[in-house]
Design a protein around this ligand. Structure first.
Ligand SMILES: Nc1nc2c(ncn2[C@@H]2O[C@H](COP(=O)(O)OP(=O)(O)OP(=O)(O)O)[C@@H](O)[C@H]2O)c(=O)[nH]1
Ligand SMILES: [Zn+2]
Length: 211
């Protein structure tokens, strides 16, 4: 007996969506190219199991490359607040290594010291998703996240730590499944104050150990 599972239709609507570089994502052309790729791989894109694959893959690319806009980070006035370290951790995003187009999982921890204003907590996750949704390298992701957050608070006093698992290092190539890459950006106070820096790194590592 065959059981069919209802699935939503892939989103191939012709409404142009801009990719990370600003150029429109041509979803129909992507679907065509995936069908061609299947042929080049010796497959039959018309066979039953693959019939919807090019559209599904194209819809995934479209969704991946156009995550929610991170441009608006809501801030709230907290005029009495100062000298408090705020750290948001446990943010897990998927990106794609630009050398092999294979997934990398990035565990992101970000910190800042509020001065009169606090940043809406969910916005940290949105910033992470925004810069993950593109062909990336971990170091650039870390830098872009830090620069964006610094822009939101209007100061350089931000720290970002990222621990990455790169499938191009685990499922292929050197095949080192346990390899983890850590990148740390420490700006402003986090650079000049070793105690603050150490607090951040310790708390970021604790987040990863708990994961
Ligand atoms: N610095 C950095 N390197 C990355 C990242 N993601 C993948 N790479 C590396 O990109 C490099 C590409 O190296 P190449 O020699 O051109 O490609 P390759 O022959 O497939 O390399 P191997 O992975 O060693 O098999 C590899 O060393 C990857 O580990 C990243 O986020 N940051
Ligand atoms: Zn890679």
């Amino acid at each position: 007996m065959t059981t069919s599972v209802a699935s939503s239709e892939p989103d191939l609507s012709p409404v142009p969506v801009a990719g990370p570089c600003g150029a429109a994502i041509d979803t129909c052309r992507v679907a065509d190219l995936i069908a061609q790729l299947l042929v080049a791989l010796g497959e039959d894109p018309a066979r039953e199991g693959l019939a919807g694959t090019p559209d599904r893959v194209a819809a995934w690319w479209r969704a991946f490359l156009s995550p929610d806009d991170a441009a608006t980070a809501t801030c709230f006035t907290e005029s009495q607040l100062s000298d408090q370290l705020v750290i948001v951790g446990g943010m897990s995003v998927w990106s794609l290594c630009e050398h092999h187009m294979l997934p990398m999982n990035l565990q992101v921890t970000a910190g800042y010291v509020p001065n009169g204003e606090v940043v809406g907590l969910s916005k940290f996750g949105r910033i992470a998703q925004h810069y993950a949704g593109r062909l990336q390298v971990q170091e650039r992701f870390t830098q872009q996240f830090a620069e964006h957050l610094a822009g939101v608070i209007g100061r350089e006093d931000v720290a970002v730590a990222v621990r990455g698992v790169h499938l191009c290092m685990s499922m292929r190539g050197v095949r080192m499944e346990a390899a983890r890459t850590t990148t740390v950006h420490a700006g402003g106070q986090f650079r000049s104050d070793p105690v603050l820096n150490q607090q951040f790194v310790t708390l970021a590592a604790a987040q990863w150990n708990a994961a």
